[in-house]
Design a binder for this molecule. Structure first.
Ligand code: 13P
Length: 257
């Protein structure tokens, strides 16, 4: 759809140090093509949000976090609330990343609470879904993605969902160098949009941006972005170098051009 602006977000995961995070943010800010028809964001580790925030303030690069708790405050040792993220300058948050589902044992129910808490705070929520390799081999990709979507988005119809973004990240493609082919990714994205159409209506389905994530590189971004239901990318490893990340941003814009 022509009126969905492409979005490219760098997920820095647990990488970099404070100085490196500041430098990378500054390089991305300064290297963005002027007037680019693409939205761009970066998600540094929690301790560096306060350092990166002033670097990006007033720029076209949005600051995001990699997770957030559903409660606003309270006895939750080690957690960070959505209100705190807003307070330090974040405008978006990643929720339900497969690394948190897998290593943090996050459930669909917890992810749903986080999605609602993020949206309630006015954050753009990037909800991650995707199947593992064995699940794809077993032919249950759509059932898995549908379960993840319903766990996270059930009961959302009455709430403001303007800030919702979905990222389709097949687990077998994350950090492996094995990217989903554009056709395979398009199939999953189309399924996600149809699911949203059925549950949340056509306005939401037309407007929600669905990003692809999993070994996105400058040389595969364009073909992915040319697919009608792929609205950009959530980039891990290739977002840690400004030049490559900026190249991905340009290719995303070109693919939608
Ligand atoms: P890679 O781009 O390193 O495969 O990571 C993708 C990802 O998990 C983004 O959230």
């Amino acid at each position: 759809m022509k009126d969905r602006r492409p979005l490219v977000v760098g997920n820095w995961k647990m990488h970099l140090d404070g100085a490196g995070a500041e430098r990378l943010a500054g390089e991305i800010r300064d290297g963005l093509p002027p007037g680019a028809s693409v939205d761009v964001g970066v998600c540094p580790p929690f301790p560096y949000l306060c350092r990166v925030s002033p670097v990006l303030k007033g720029s076209a690069v949005a600051l995001g976090a990699q997770d957030g708790h559903w409660e606003q405050q309270g006895p939750f040792t080690g957690w960070v609330s959505m209100a705190m993220l807003v307070d330090v300058g974040c405008s978006s948050v990643i929720i339900g990343h497969s690394e948190r589902r897998q290593f943090g044992r996050e459930t669909d129910d917890e992810i749903g609470r986080k999605v609602r808490a993020g949206l309630d705070q006015g954050l753009g929520v990037i909800l991650c879904v995707g199947e593992t390799g064995p699940e794809r081999d077993a032919g249950v990709t759509e059932a898995i993605v549908a379960r993840q979507l319903s766990g996270a988005l059930e009961g959302l119809a009455s709430r403001g969902i303007r800030g919702l973004v979905v990222a389709y990240e097949p687990v077998w493609a994350i950090g492996t160098g094995k990217t989903a082919t554009p056709a395979l990714a398009q199939e999953a994205h189309q399924f996600i949009r149809q699911w949203i159409l059925g549950r949340l209506g056509s306005d939401v389905a037309q407007q929600v941006r669905i990003l692809y994530g999993g070994s996105v590189k400058p040389d595969n971004m364009r073909a992915l972005a040319e697919m009608p239901d792929i609205d950009g990318a959530l980039v891990g490893g290739a977002s840690l170098q400004a030049s490559g990340f900026l190249d991905i941003v340009r290719q995303a814009a070109a693919g939608k051009g």
